[in-house]
Unconditional design. Sequence first.
Length: 421
Amino acid sequence: MAQAIAIVNANEFYVSCERVFDPGLLGRPVVVLSNNDGCIISRSREARALNLTMGAPLFKVQDIVEANDVAVFSSNYQLYGDLSLRLVEAFYEFTPDVEVYSIDEAFLGLETHPDQSFRDYGLEIKAKVYQWTGVPCSLGISQTKTLSKVAQRFTKKHAAAQGVLDLTDQADQTSVLEETPVEDVWGVGPAYGKLLAGAGITTARQLRDADRRWVRRRMIVVGARIVEELRGISCLPLERCPQARKSVTCSRSFGVLVEFIEELREAVAVYTTKAAERRRRARLAAGVVRIFVSTNRFSADPQYSNSVTFELAYATDSTEELLAWTRKALERIYRPGYRYKKAGVMLNHLTPADELTTRLFGDERFERSRRLMKAVDEINRKFGRDTVRFDAVRPGGRWETKCLRRSRRYTTCLNEVLRIA
DNA sequence: TCTGGGGTCCTAGGACCC
DNA sequence: TCTGGGGTCCTAGGACCC
């Protein structure tokens, strides 16, 4: 029995999700935009060929988009999240050793029988995922996560090996690492890429064979681990149980610039509610609340950004209580005379909500508040988001994030399901 | 006119304590 | 004038990921 780690990565995931429900998009250039319809965050192969780069602001590439009839979508996270769950279900058909790494990829612990190659096994996984979801993916297989990533990116980039590359053999590793630019290694970003280039290290193979102490000194333990992993020594084990979140943020850019505190208040209240709902779903209470506001950093307007953090005497998961805190926080940092572009709410020091200590004062009121939240959550679950809400929470303001080209929520919203005429 | 959002980990350095 | 050593805790900031 042979063992290895595989990374399965959905190709152009958001674009692929859009294509699942609209096959007319196949073969066409397609892009998906970030929140507020700002930047390109997913591109089809055809869009890439038009030089539409990752992260490009839409307004800067509008000419290319129009000249080539590029299909443009706002991001539809309900749809992508739902398809992501279906991908994971497919993975579990093959192994219980699944680490969901992000919305579009997972590490799998693989075991094969002597008469089965990793590559054949990988092809089976790829086929099953496609059959179940309609989403194409690529796989890399090797001894460590970092090597598997190298393999997966290599097969994707060179459209080689039908999207499944087994890189468990050492001689193969050396030749692929040699052809891999060092910035393509998982964990090497722009800053480290530059540092390494300065030292004459431009390929993944050179990094693998670099002096350990030098790397440890200049790229801290993170870099040292990368080198070990490239040498086939696993430092990043598969994590089957996801670690509990340490923080949760809800922040958005505004659709229009906001000057007055009344509108900021509405936005902050909406973000607070979202963050609190997410925490209650995960049964976690927050001990620290932080809010921030900022102007548009790209504009020539006077700039201001600030944040404030409150440590709560008692952790809470009640929207009611959190709203009071974030409202107070906003008063503290709001300065008139600026045009605000963005605000956000962050919850920290998350602790299990069932283990909250009894409060010395006001515990009864807190319990009442929690019962209220429970009822609110149930109603909203049954009848849809914001069926009941606090008065401070007013969605639909001018400030709301733009989302003009969202496809239908085919899988999560009953009145948006696909119709067949 | 229009430029995303949500995370993690690691370290240096300051504050503070004995 | 001379001015220790070691520990902990916290935060800000850098780097990376998707």
